[in-house]
Design a protein around this ligand. Structure first.
Ligand SMILES: [Ca+2]
Length: 179
């Protein structure tokens, strides 16, 4: 009997540590349409395919840019949220990009330097990894801003588990959203 005790204790310890790690994971999921303010040419739109049946986007301009010409205005959406535990949070965004000149948003956290979120997948909803932010517990503000026309944002997530990779729409977390 005795020779089983050590492996059992180790197994119990491992399970406890894994449980603690998972319990400490904070996932903040905000819909694109949860903004506290919206400025054109960022606009809200509806879709049966979108989480919450809505998203925000920079509508395609005609003629659509064929080079990296820069945005035509400072259209943006501002979001306010509560962080329950200080830490390093990975930004993910569920987006649909038009093409190589319509595949990014600026992302600005609080007063931190502007970054942007982009990748090379077009014409379908998919998750894109953005910047990592060191956040204190408490209230924060993030702005998604027009960088290229033809970019759509369904929802975004901030998560303190940097290994987590989202694969489908996440469940909105109203407890962390300030509206
Ligand atoms: Ca949405």
């Amino acid at each position: 009997m005795r020779r089983y005790i050590t492996p059992l204790l180790i197994a119990a310890l491992v399970v406890t540590l894994i449980t603690m790690a998972w319990a400490a994971t904070v996932k903040i999921v905000i819909e694109g349409e949860d903004y506290v303010s919206i400025k054109p040419s960022m606009a809200k739109a509806t879709s049966e395919q979108a989480s919450g049946k809505a998203y925000v986007h920079v509508p395609i301009r005609r003629p659509h840019a064929v080079t990296e010409t820069g945005p035509a205005d400072t259209g943006n959406c501002v979001y306010k949220f509560k962080v329950p535990a200080a830490g390093t949070y990975q930004l993910w965004a569920l987006v649909n990009y038009f093409d190589g000149c319509g595949n990014s948003f600026f992302t600005i956290m609080d007063t931190m330097p502007s970054t942007y979120i982009t990748d090379g997948t077009y014409g379908r909803w998919h998750w894109v990894k953005g910047a990592k932010y060191t956040l204190t517990a408490g209230q924060h503000t993030i702005r998604f801003q027009y960088r290229e026309d033809g970019a759509k944002l369904d929802q975004f997530m901030l998560i303190n588990n940097t290994r987590y990779v989202p694969t489908r729409a996440e469940v909105r977390t109203p407890a962390y959203i300030i509206k």
